[in-house]
Design a protein around this ligand. Structure first.
Ligand code: BGC
Length: 410
């Protein structure tokens, strides 16, 4: 097994809406209030005020990177109205990360947009490109010293959300479904006969990404990319052609949209099969995770290999993890996932870092029950309770993978 370069990033990831709390000007905040069955994000885990404590826990455990987002809805609560105070808030977060020796990996847009932007028609509206460009131009003012920027998180999941929204609005879906809670969303998707994201939406997402990529390059020294949900699809016997078709719409269109970027983010949790009808729902199994997804730690290796094959770009694993109430299982899953990542690196994949999802148990887009965190949070007192997995992964980070290699070879 090769040694990782000293510059290898070991960290954890979060997203603003899932941890900050009271993101009241965002489209998701409005959606939570309207949709039956959706739990509200509320105070989330109050990381808006407690980010220093969160970063200290990460840094003191041995990590050297933290991926977090800046929230458009806070920075631009009304069209063109920029909050200097919120920009200063996110600059303080970047400074805190740098002070603690954490490389900040910044996401400019992670699922949420301002409510006014959604009301204008969101990503598909005629004004979307101008609006996004204007926000990104503003955001770059605070990105000095940042080396890694992602324009958008999981454009392929966002395309899926647009389709769920369209189906809901046209009466084809009885209830809004969280895009990330697999079990429910998939059952509904199949019931409503929703296809994988339509390429028309995918091409639009690529257009948006390209429209802001050069703005980031022009105004910062950061390497720019975006982060993609990698479903690690495999064919059932005889369905190799169908796999290629489905994988294009679900993943490859977006990976191809990375061409010309400086890096690409791999985000992997599970794996699914493709049969003649498309993606096969996760079979019921006692090992399934809290979101109903199959326990598939091998998915990360598949995702890294496929991303490398399609893009040949430097890769950051920007999300990988498991929703479980059993922390031993988190450690077992992550051990296996890292083993696969190392194997892909040994075979030539240019992986520059591993950022676990997630630092904290957080708001999982409509639900609180899936717990992905290395740190639990008491939602009444906001007390942080690090789990053994934080120390365990922190040791791997601190030894730059050596403790993992020893564990795997002994
Ligand atoms: C998203 C996260 C989400 C995670 C787990 C990814 O789809 O980027 O926001 O919480 O997966 O479902």
């Amino acid at each position: 097994m090769n040694h990782l370069p000293a510059s290898f990033l070991w960290g954890a990831s979060t997203a603003p809406h899932q941890i900050e709390g009271n993101n009241i000007n965002s489209d998701w905040w409005a959606r939570e209030a309207m949709m039956p069955g959706m739990e509200p994000s509320g105070d989330a885990v109050d990381s808006y005020h407690r980010y220093r404590e969160d970063m200290e826990l990460l840094a003191h455990a041995g990590f050297n990177a933290y991926r977090f987002g800046i929230e458009w809805a806070r920075i631009e609560p009304r069209p063109g109205q920029i909050s200097r105070a919120e920009l200063a808030h996110y600059r303080r977060m970047i400074d805190t990360a740098l002070e603690l020796g954490l490389e900040p990996v910044i996401t400019l847009q992670h699922f949420t947009t301002p409510a006014w932007f959604a009301a204008e028609g969101g990503w598909l509206s005629d004004r979307a490109i101008d609006r996004f460009q204007s926000f990104v131009t503003t955001a770059t003012q605070i990105l000095g010293g940042v080396n890694w920027v992602a324009t958008m998180n999981e454009p392929n999941m966002q395309a899926m959300t647009i389709m769920i929204q369209e189906a809901y609005q046209s009466g084809h879906l009885a209830e809004w479904q969280s895009p990330t809670v697999d079990g429910e969303a998939q059952r509904e998707r199949i019931a409503a006969n929703l296809p994988v994201p339509e390429p028309r939406i995918g091409h639009r997402m690529v257009e948006l990404h390209h429209a802001v990529r050069d703005i980031v390059r022009e105004h910062t020294d950061a390497k720019v990319g975006w982060t993609i949900a990698n479903p690690a699809l495999t064919p059932t016997p005889g369905n190799e052609d169908k796999l290629v078709e489905v994988r294009y719409a679900q993943e490859d269109l977006y990976l191809q949209g990375s061409r010309g970027d400086d890096w690409v983010g791999v985000q992997s949790y599970s794996s699914q099969q493709v049969d003649q009808n498309g993606i096969v729902p996760h079979p019921e199994h006692p090992d399934n995770t809290q979101t109903g997804a199959a326990y598939r730690p091998d998915a990360l290796e598949m995702a890294v290999r496929h991303t490398w094959e399609v893009t040949k770009l430097p890769i950051l694993v920007t999300e990988n993890g498991i929703p479980t109430g059993d922390d031993d299982r988190r450690i077992a899953y992550t051990t296996e996932a890292l083993r696969g990542m190392m194997a892909a690196i040994d075979d030539g994949a240019d992986v520059r870092g591993y950022l676990h999802w997630s630092l904290l148990d957080n708001y999982e887009w409509g639900h609180w029950h899936p717990t992905f965190g290395l740190i639990a949070v008491d939602r009444e007192t906001f007390e942080r309770k690090p789990k053994p997995s934080l120390t365990w992964l922190g040791d791997i980070a601190h030894t730059n993978g050596a403790s993992l290699t020893e564990a795997l070879t002994s």
